[in-house]
Design a protein around this ligand. Structure first.
Ligand code: ADP
Length: 592
């Protein structure tokens, strides 16, 4: 209760009034006493310095001389006559006629006179008659004056004393007045402070409510500014501050949304940890790569404790690197502190390098294959050429011819390999453009049939055609598609023992045309079927080489069909031999 501004204001007002009234009261009461004292002494001194009174007091009268009255009685009479001027009323102010030793002789208050108190002023005159005892004493509860008088050879002391009852009474009245004024002032101040606090507290309450709203994240309403005073300025400043806060929060939120979206769609996995090792943030890619659910309960130790300790990541000057192999995938890890100075947390970025590794592996394998494929014919050429050179002129002409034939064959093979490699490299670099044009699919297959017919006959193969009628014209690179078809059918002829049966079938399904080439040859084990499109892959290397194969034909065919957005695949069948299927879009690549 006392903490509220309202009560504080009331207390301040009350204390203010109390202290004010106390100071004023004390000042007033002191002033009254001082005034009264001054008034008393100036009144007495004025009267005493009156020549007539002095003569009457000091000069003996006839009656006194004649013994009719005593000096004391005469003094009493004189003083009685001047009682009004001296302010003597026999009540609170009296005069006393004393002898030189201070013994009471006569006066207006016999009771006190017979029991006289020897005050400082009285004692001073008793001790030294040349002086007048008129020293004022504020602290005393009386005012007095002692005057030495000599009359007819007798020495007297006229002692006037005021018991200050009038001052006290006045002070009492003043005190009552002050207390009344105080109570009145207090009531007014309490009422005023209520009013004042209401006008002061209302805008402060409004400001407080606004601050609470802002603290709760509600920036919708501005606080109304009703005055131009300090509170008005404060309210304005608060509104500005709230606006800036809202802008900043919106910016931060935007940035966070951007980051969230980035994290969400990033192909790299990201996991952020607090300095204590708890997960603060993670994206779906991270869960997928690490093959485990990640939530607030997951700790750094569980996920990456084996790669590096969290402390060493937090203290790392740059970042730490790590690797992990998980379910056949290779993961590269970058572990970095995200606020190096304060060490508030660590960030782990997970990069899936499986494809990269595979590509590197494939490239290595490819280079090894190329060198191997080129070295074999080169070695052959060299050894035959050496033999020819060493035995020049000594060899039977038939053998010489045979050797030269081998050298020619091998160099042809090398030329084929180099040509095929060039074709593939053109595809890889995107330099090989398709020459699209509309042509009859049936026509192309018939041309294929005519081209392979003689070769098939040489191997006693029967070639059967099963074409659906009225196949549409298609949009494709005729030359390249024919190259693919030739490759497939040549393989069927090559890898089928003589006297085999080759079926070329074709048809249409929806927006595509298809062609299947089935043979009853040696076929390929199911496990290897997927690999026949790999570069240099050959099931039987010797056989392939014998028949002039480079192991690149089907890879080139696959590249061509892929570029047409078609499909080239093996067909799983129970029968012996191999069936390959090609599908092409009727409207060509770029049409869905
Ligand atoms: P190649 O020039 O050696 O024929 P390809 O790329 O055309 O190279 O074929 C790759 C490998 O696939 C061949 O070496 C062969 O082992 C296998 N292959 C292709 N077609 C057939 C088929 N019709 N029957 C059996 N094996 C095949």
């Amino acid at each position: 209760m006392l903490r509220s501004l309202h009560m504080k204001l009331v207390m301040i007002m009350v204390l203010l009034i109390l202290s004010l009234m106390t100071v004023v009261g004390a000042f007033l009461m002191n002033s009254v006493v001082a005034f009264y004292l001054n008034d008393f002494y100036s009144q007495i001194s004025t009267v005493v310095s009156d020549q007539d009174l002095f003569r009457d007091l000091t000069t003996q009268t006839q009656a006194e001389l004649s013994g009719e009255v005593t000096g004391v009685e005469m003094l009493d009479q004189v003083l009685g006559a001047y009682a009004g001027a001296l302010g003597v009323n026999g009540n609170n102010r009296n005069y006393y006629i004393l002898d030189r030793t201070g013994t009471y002789l006569a006066g207006t208050d016999d009771e006190y006179g017979s029991n006289l108190e020897y005050t400082e002023n009285l004692l001073a005159v008793v001790q030294d008659r040349s002086r007048v005892g008129d020293k004022s004493n504020v602290a005393a509860d009386y005012m007095d004056v002692a005057i030495p008088i000599d009359r007819g050879g007798e020495s007297y002391i006229i002692y006037i004393r005021d018991n200050r009852d009038t001052v006290d009474e006045l002070n009492n009245q003043l005190f009552t007045l002050i207390i009344e004024a105080l109570i009145f002032g207090l009531v007014i101040s309490v009422l005023l402070s209520f009013l004042l606090s209401k006008t002061m507290i209302t805008p402060i309450r409004r400001l407080t409510n606004g601050a609470e709203r802002v603290a709760g994240g509600d920036f919708s309403d501005k606080i109304e500014v009703t005055s131009r005073d300090e509170i008005g300025v404060l309210t304005n400043t608060f509104n500005d501050m709230a606006q800036q806060l809202e802008d900043t929060i919106r910016q931060v939120e935007n940035e966070r949304n951007k980051l969230d979206t980035l994290f969400l769609h990033m192909t790299d996995g990201v996991v952020a940890f607090s300095a204590e090792g708890q997960v603060i943030h993670s994206n779906p890619a991270a869960e997928q790569m690490l093959c485990c659910p990640i939530n607030g309960e997951t700790s750094y130790g569980q996920l990456f404790g084996d790669i590096a300790a969290l402390d060493s990541v937090l203290a790392a000057p740059d970042y730490l690197e790590g690797e992990r192999e998980l379910e056949g995938r290779y993961l590269e890890l970058l572990l970095a502190p995200f606020d190096r100075e304060n060490q508030t947390g660590a960030l782990v970025v997970i990069h899936d390098v499986t494809e990269q590794r595979k590509n590197e592996e494939m490239r290595r394998e490819f280079v090894a294959n190329v060198s191997h494929e080129l070295r074999t014919p080169l070695t052959n050429i060299r050894s035959y050429a050496e033999t020819l050179a060493e035995n020049a002129g000594d060899m039977p002409p038939n053998t010489e011819k045979k050797f030269l034939g081998v050298i020619l064959n091998e160099s042809d093979r090398m030329t084929h390999i180099v040509q095929d490699l060039l074709t593939l490299s053109r595809f890889d670099s995107g330099r090989s453009e398709l020459k699209l044009g509309r042509f009859s699919f049936t026509g192309a297959i018939n041309d294929l049939y005519n081209a392979v017919y003689m070769e098939a006959q040489r191997h006693d193969h029967t070639v059967e055609m099963r074409l659906e009628p009225a196949l549409p014209e298609i949009m494709a690179d005729r030359e390249r598609i024919l190259q693919v078809m030739m490759n497939i059918v040549s393989n069927a002829i090559k890898y089928t023992p003589d006297g085999g049966h080759i079926i070329i079938s074709a048809g249409r399904s929806a927006d595509r045309v298809w062609m299947e080439v089935a043979d009853n040859g040696i076929g390929i084990p199911a496990a290897d079927r997927g690999r026949i499109f790999e570069r240099f892959y050959r099931v039987d290397k010797a056989r392939s080489r014998e028949s002039g194969g480079t192991g690149l034909g089907l890879s080139i065919a696959k590249e061509i069909v892929d570029r047409h957005e078609g499909v080239l695949t093996t067909v799983d069948k129970e029968e012996p031999g191999l069936t390959l299927r090609m599908e092409l879009k009727i409207e060509g690549p770029g049409h869905d």
